[in-house]
Unconditional design. Structure first.
Length: 185
């Protein structure tokens, strides 16, 4: 894979490199990569995330499995009491109001039974690292058990707890994503 020469390479951190086979392009957003992979024409591409960049143009890349862009992942914070779960849920919403999350996400306060509640945040899997950092930076902590990952989301959906409250979070990207013909031509 031969990368094009980059100027101001530091501004590419967090974006993606797409290897089309015959050429390689730099600077795609997660949304753009997801749309490329969804198309028949570009379903075969290889994707790398830019984790770090230096002024001399060197990039630190990590390969990303294409299926990642088709999955949801999440984090689940459990509580034995409804009042505790409500506080966790409201604190998570408050964090999102003060500092926008890295992408769209849904937050649920759900009930399994009289002594089992969960605050769930579910988001596109390609943003896992960014959501972890966002919650860490916000010092979001709970007292109960926690779980996460794509399998945890699948289990949550299969168990179908009663959703007591829900909230849609809108992410704030620093980049504009191209779509449709603008991207796929």
């Amino acid at each position: 894979m031969k990368l094009p020469e980059l100027k101001n390479s530091e501004q590419y951190t967090g974006l993606y490199v797409v290897d089309f086979g015959e050429s390689t392009s730099v600077g795609f957003t997660a949304e753009e990569v997801a749309e490329l992979i969804d198309s028949e024409k570009f379903a075969h591409v290889k994707v790398h995330k830019i984790y770090n960049a230096w002024p001399d143009g060197k990039l630190e890349l990590k390969g990303v499995v294409n299926d990642t862009f088709q999955l949801e992942t999440g984090m689940f914070f459990y509580a034995a009491e409804e009042a505790t779960a409500e506080k966790d849920y409201k604190r998570l919403i408050d964090i999102a109001v003060s500092v926008a999350p890295p992408s769209r996400a849904k937050v649920h306060l759900a009930k399994y039974d009289e002594h089992s509640f969960v605050t769930a945040i579910i988001f596109p899997a390609e943003y896992n690292d960014e959501f972890s950092a966002w919650l860490t930076d916000a010092e979001y902590k709970t007292r109960g058990e926690a779980s996460g990952g794509t399998d945890a989301v699948k289990t949550y959906y299969e168990q179908a707890p009663e959703i007591l409250e829900r909230h849609q979070l809108l992410g704030q990207s620093q980049w504009h994503s191209r779509t449709g013909d603008e991207l796929l031509l």
